[in-house]
Design a protein around this ligand. Sequence first.
Ligand code: PEP
Length: 254
Amino acid sequence: MRRKYVVGNWKMNLVLSEATALVEGLKDGLSKDLTVDVGVCPPFVLLAPLSKVVAGSPIELGAQNCYFEPKGAFTGEISPQMLKDVGCSTVIIGHSERRHVFGETNPLLKKKIQAALAAGLKVIYCVGEKLDEREAGRTEAVLHEQLHEVLGADISLAQVTIAYEPVWAIGTGKTATGQQAQDAHAYIRREIEKLYNSQTAQEVRIQYGGSVNAANAQELMSQPDVDGALVGGASLKVNDFLGIIKGAMAATGA
Ligand code: PEP
């Protein structure tokens, strides 16, 4: 059974005092019998201080990006080793804003995933189609490219979660229906089976992301191939994020 996994991607939001209050609020509000995995991905500069705030709680600390080199003359970049050093366990790679605002390509993302895994980080690898691609009936073709050009025999999926994030649903308030999410997740799982094998396909967790909120979380995560959520806007408010975690737990029958 795949355990649901709910992660907040804070993007470029919150200063230290706000971030500390948010994490303290989550710690207070999380069920003592948590049946899902939970994480937050703050901006880089908040990682070191927040690693002390999450310590002893079930909240995983993740970063939103990293570079693939361990160190050197790469002004403005952060290495996977630096993330490990400040207490991060996870890193998001290939978020649609990295792909479409910062021009990150599949070959670059492959290097980043390999470097993050080699440094002992878990990876959340994001894939998803843009609105024009969906409207042109190209959703599966785009996902195929994002999976086959990046994953494969040279990357073990044991420490990788895939996040399906249709770009048209990110930060827009437009959520995929449960059926749209399920169809895309089932396609991704079939492609993972082709790239690896059926056991890996059954074990890999696939999160949905795109305007997830407390009202739609349970329905989305009740889909058989939706194993959690990557949450942007709604992860910035304690009660909204706790509501999503509750939805995830309800989807597991807890
Ligand atoms: C995201 O940034 O990964 C995301 C899904 O954002 P939002 O929940 O705000 O749509």
